[in-house]
Design a protein around this ligand. Structure first.
Ligand code: AMP
Length: 189
């Protein structure tokens, strides 16, 4: 089991998807799940849309409900002998201290510890270039700057949180998708 983090634009989505597929893990991207809710026009999606467009964090309660239901579903499937996926990879979650603590409690309930936290490191200029190049609705320069501020204020403190727990591994997120994937594979041993 594994979980990854990093600033927006560090390439975590791409790497998370490939890695989860390669290792037979459930890829749980809170950003993807929220975008799907927005696209489907659900009540949850309507609540999240404006917040996402501003580059702020969707409420902890809402995100946690999504993560909890997916992890509980997977645990139930496995108990029934459905071996679809053998673990999970969380992508873009947790994003702040409250989410990290709630995750810790949820995983204790499920008896599923975090094995590793992967931090993808990239300098600000490269981050900006990558984000502007994606062309996603929440990727204009002003919103990106705000997302980076939110990352620095709320998410970056989790680096120390997971380092203290001996779970953190950092990866240089510069270079090609293949080169970064190879670095992550080395970490996994
Ligand atoms: P991402 O695709 O991970 O960059 O997420 C896109 C947007 O979805 C973020 O800017 C937030 O508005 C929202 N989001 C994704 N994950 C979370 C989370 N764990 N907590 C709060 N908001 C989130």
């Amino acid at each position: 089991m594994l979980f990854r983090s990093g600033p927006p634009g560090a390439g975590k989505g791409t790497q998370a998807q490939q890695l989860a597929q390669g290792q037979g893990l459930l890829h749980l991207s809170t950003g993807d799940l929220l975008r799907a809710e927005v696209a489907a026009g659900t009540a949850l999606g309507q609540e999240a849309a404006a917040v996402m467009a501003r580059g702020e964090l969707v409420s902890d309660g809402l995100v946690l409900a999504i993560v909890r239901s997916r992890l509980e579903q997977q645990a139930a499937d496995r108990q029934q002998g459905d071996s679809g996926t053998s673990g999970w990879l969380l992508d873009g979650f947790p994003r702040n201290r409250a989410q990290a603590e709630a995750l810790e409690a949820l995983l204790a309930e499920l008896g599923q510890p975090i094995e590793l936290v992967v931090l993808m490191e990239l300098d600000d200029d490269l981050l900006m270039q990558r984000l502007l190049g994606r062309g996603r609705a929440d990727d204009n320069a002003e919103v990106i700057r705000h997302r980076l501020t939110v990352y620095r204020d709320q998410t970056a403190p989790l680096i120390a949180y997971y380092r203290e727990r001996g779970l953190l591994a950092s990866v240089d997120a510069q270079g090609s998708i293949e080169a970064i994937a190879a670095r992550i594979q080395t970490l996994l041993g």
